[in-house]
Ligand binder design. Structure first.
Ligand SMILES: [Zn+2]
Length: 512
């Protein structure tokens, strides 16, 4: 059995989940569901990143212990994933023992190897970003990332010899076409690597920050949060506690990330892995951001989209559909409620919902709720031939979209078929066939419509799981659990199937 291991980043629990978190998880969920339907053994992992200064600060501001604080936030993420139908297989928290053990092991291996060394660090520290900067990197004496005040700190710390591996990494990126995607991100990293790579400070003095994983060879230090968090990708798949599982799933097929965390994932992480003798992941895919109109979303601007609010008002599948369809995966998107409502009314209510509802209404009216039998599975005219050819090509079109991690491509191919089917009804005018007593022609076309809807319901399974199940229910299809992408073949619908026409799946949203 082929395996597929996909991860989301571990989300930092200093604030509530927003649209960006939900976007990454919906994308990963869609790929994970698709691979399962293709017969792969899938490991889909998400989780939370729970150490570091910012967590300690937020906990203090709430008069809580850090552990009590992170315990209170992790369930908020789990609850959102449930509401968004995220079918993850494992949820890892960096405060779990199974993770902490692997972090300590990794540190020990690197220390013994001489890839970690102790040095004096003097630099300018930005607390919100948890970043040290050199004097030259500061902009107007402020943090170059967040433009906030920095303070000068001198302390003993441990450093990881990134510089030693710089040339290896450049060669690796150049010789592994799929390692960093999309190409624009690969070029961004190659250009970053034209400058000498500084060694990475991977510890924090315990006197300043106690909320981190202990460094096994120094009681005065804890582990830098990024170094700790990245290691989750191997701790969760059995690096230390389940060698058989690890052998099966590592290297990961895809680390899905937002473009803002490209550097830790494509510079620190592959070097860490290489230094401990492991292969880097096959692909790190960095997607774009959702902006509000043209603006970056931020708490201070008050324009942050809360996924829970969107789901409770518009439904989980409408939200998933919008994020996956609106832009090509990888580039930035512009979010607005108007755009979401427009998509619901046009693509979901008018196109998909209408095709399903009027087809079932005709089956009910002309054939007493039973799918009629076709004369044979051949087509009688050019319009029908074109429609069936389109349906038969759905399988490979979706594969093409998924293989290139382009969700809108896959959805567009499904909608091309839906639109063709709606046009087919207009062209064939079944009401005329019924009046003209062309019973066989009517049977053929009703079978074709139901068969297309069956195929659409399967094709939608990765993208809109709830809608897919509801469609299958209305079409009277049994054993929904057993469906797979191998059922995307023309002619599998059994004549005589009794439909259950319900209410339209996507009522239009009236805008005042
Ligand atoms: Zn900063």
């Amino acid at each position: 059995m082929k395996k597929f291991y996909i991860t989301t980043p571990l989300y930092y629990v200093n604030s509530a989940p927003h649209i960006g978190h939900s976007y990454t998880n919906i994308a990963c969920d869609t790929l994970a569901r698709y691979k399962r339907l293709m017969g792969y053994e899938v490991l889909f992992v998400t989780g939370t990143d729970e150490h570091g200064q910012k967590i300690k600060d937020v906990a203090e501001s709430k008069a809580m212990e850090p552990k009590a604080f992170v315990d209170s936030v992790a369930p908020i993420f789990k609850d959102l994933w449930k509401r968004l139908d995220i079918s993850y297989d494992d949820f890892i928290r960096t405060t779990e023992k199974r993770h902490e053990d692997v972090v300590k092991d990794t540190l020990n291996i690197l220390y013994k190897k001489g890839d970690l060394y102790e040095g004096e660090y003097s630099g300018w520290y930005c607390t919100p970003c948890e970043s040290f900067w050199t004097k030259a990197q500061l902009v107007d004496d402020l943090c170059p990332d967040c433009k906030r005040k920095v303070e000068e700190i001198k302390e003993k710390n441990f450093f990881f010899r990134l510089s030693k591996y710089q040339n290896w990494l450049i060669d690796y990126i150049n010789s592994h076409e799929d390692f960093i995607k999309p190409a624009i991100r690969k070029n961004e990293m190659l250009s970053f690597l034209k400058n000498p790579l500084n060694d990475l400070c991977i510890s924090r003095p315990a006197s300043r920050l106690s909320w981190g994983i202990d460094i096994p060879f120094s009681k005065d230090h804890v582990t830098y949060v990024w170094f700790d968090a990245l290691i989750n990708y191997i701790s969760v798949c059995g690096y230390k506690d389940n060698p058989e599982k690890f052998k099966k799933f590592w290297p990961a097929d895809i680390h899905m990330i937002g473009k803002d965390i490209l550097r830790p994932h494509t510079v620190y992480w592959p070097i860490m892995l290489h230094a401990i003798g492991l292969e880097p992941p096959m692909t790190v895919f960095a997607h774009g951001w959702w902006k509000m109109g043209g603006d970056k979303m931020s708490k201070s601007k008050g324009n942050v989209v809360d996924p829970r609010d969107m789901v409770s008002r518009f439904g989980v599948d409408a939200y998933r559909f919008f994020l996956l369809k609106e832009v090509q995966f990888g580039v930035d998107g512009s979010f607005s409620e108007e755009a979401l409502i427009a998509r619901i009314n046009s693509d979901l209510a008018n196109d998909l919902g209408n095709l399903l509802h009027r087809s079932l209404t005709m089956v009910e009216k002309y054939f007493a709720e039973f799918v009629p039998e076709r004369r044979d599975l051949k087509y009688s005219d050019e319009i029908t031939k074109a429609l069936i050819d389109k349906a038969c090509g759905l399988d490979s079109e979706i594969k093409k979209g998924m293989d290139s991690i382009d969700f809108s491509y896959g959805l567009n191919s499904i909608w091309d078929l839906i639109n063709m089917a709606n046009k087919f009804i207009e062209q064939k005018a079944p009401w005329k066939l019924a009046k003209g007593n062309k019973q066989d022609d009517l049977k053929d076309m009703m079978y074709d419509l139901c068969e297309i809807l069956r195929m659409v319901s399967i094709a939608l399974m990765p993208f809109m799981p709830d809608t897919s199940v509801k469609m299958a229910g209305q079409l009277g299809l049994g054993d929904i659990e057993k469906r797979s992408f191998s059922d995307l073949k023309w002619g599998l619908l059994k004549p005589g199937t009794k439909i259950n026409k319900g209410t339209p799946l996507f009522p239009r949203i009236e805008v005042n």
